[in-house]
Design a protein. Structure first.
Length: 326
């Protein structure tokens, strides 16, 4: 049984997870996929709890996501959102689709009834045959707050969606994360994994919060499986999102090599055994290898099911090529 664990954020993590799932199906291997999802993007808005990265993964794996917009449900309408804003509620720059609101209302009701975040996500998992299990990184509320250079601060979603990351950030903070615990099943999944894959998600605001939950980084260091990361940067540019704005706040340049260095080699106190980087960045490969990380230079663009599956297969092949027993 192939037990694959993926650490992932939203859209990029969803596409990568779809590719891994398709690669395993094409291989015909018995498998179980567990996705440890970022919940640092979560927020309360108009009385309901939103989990953007959880929902992106959920909708993508269920095949009901809006692939044109990159978020939300396909074929959604916005009647309730228009009425909410007519009352002066919500955020005019943050659209809530009607179908999407159904998810948020169900989630909020379960939370109000006393369910934990993990229990809520398990219920969401149960609606469709996802071919994977989604776990939140923690049950604690650790929303991301952006501290700006002008001394003000705001929720990450306002900075990201309203301002499109145009206001200079000084740092990103997840209040309370030092006291958080990994959600049930997270540490067990890492301990039992045959493959651990770090998706090409934003290293700062998508993967950073996951790794900041006490116990997860330590579990990665002890995992019996190879830890394989995939670069979110191709040819010195981010594929999507605004990681190039986030990375300088932690002193990291926007390059595949610099991000590999941020994660570090596992046998030198870091996280990675192997790093997948784009053909466009082949000149950087020797520097990454010199840092103790095995490098595979492969096509990283996920344009369709075939290219996504090829990338998933490349990530899975590290374990096969290196002879890890699992």
């Amino acid at each position: 049984m192939r037990r694959v664990v993926i650490l992932a954020g939203g859209v990029g993590g969803s596409r990568f997870t779809l590719g891994v799932r398709e690669a395993l199906r094409r291989r015909g291997e018995a498998h179980q996929i567990t996705v440890i999802a970022n919940t640092g993007d979560d927020l309360w808005l108009s009385g309901v709890r939103l989990q953007p990265d959880i929902d992106s993964l959920l909708y993508a794996l269920a095949g009901v996501n809006d692939t044109e917009r990159g978020w939300g449900r396909a074929g959604d309408t916005e009647r309730v959102n228009a009425e909410l804003q007519a009352w002066g509620g919500g955020w005019p720059w943050f659209t809530l689709g009607d179908l999407d609101l159904g998810t948020h209302l169900a989630r909020t009701g379960w939370l109000r009834d006393g369910a934990t975040v993990s229990e809520v996500v398990a219920r969401l998992n149960g609606r469709w045959d996802l071919g994977a299990r989604i776990l939140p990184m923690t049950d604690a509320e650790v929303d991301t707050i952006v501290h700006l250079r002008d001394g003000s601060r705001m929720h990450f979603q306002e900075w990201w969606t309203r301002h499109r990351a145009a206001r200079a950030p000084e740092r990103f903070v997840n209040p309370g994360i030092e006291q958080a615990h990994p959600a049930p099943g997270v540490l067990e999944a890492l301990a039992e994994a045959t493959d651990v894959l770090i998706a090409p998600s934003n290293p700062v605001v998508s993967l950073g919060p996951i790794l900041a939950v006490p116990g997860i980084r330590e579990a990665l260091a002890l995992a019996p499986a190879p830890v394989v990361g995939v670069s979110p940067v191709i040819g010195g540019a981010v594929v999507r999102g605004m990681a190039d704005v986030c990375l300088p706040t932690i002193g990291v340049e926007t390059s595949a090599a610099a991000i590999a260095g941020l994660y570090g080699a596992r046998d030198r106190g870091g996280l990675l055994d192997a790093w997948l980087m784009a053909e466009e960045d082949v000149a950087l490969a020797p520097g990454v290898a010199a840092g103790g990380i095995d490098v595979s230079v492969v096509p990283l663009w996920m344009r369709d099911a075939d290219t996504s599956a090829a990338l998933g297969d490349a990530a899975l092949s590290v374990r096969d090529d290196e002879g890890f027993a699992g």
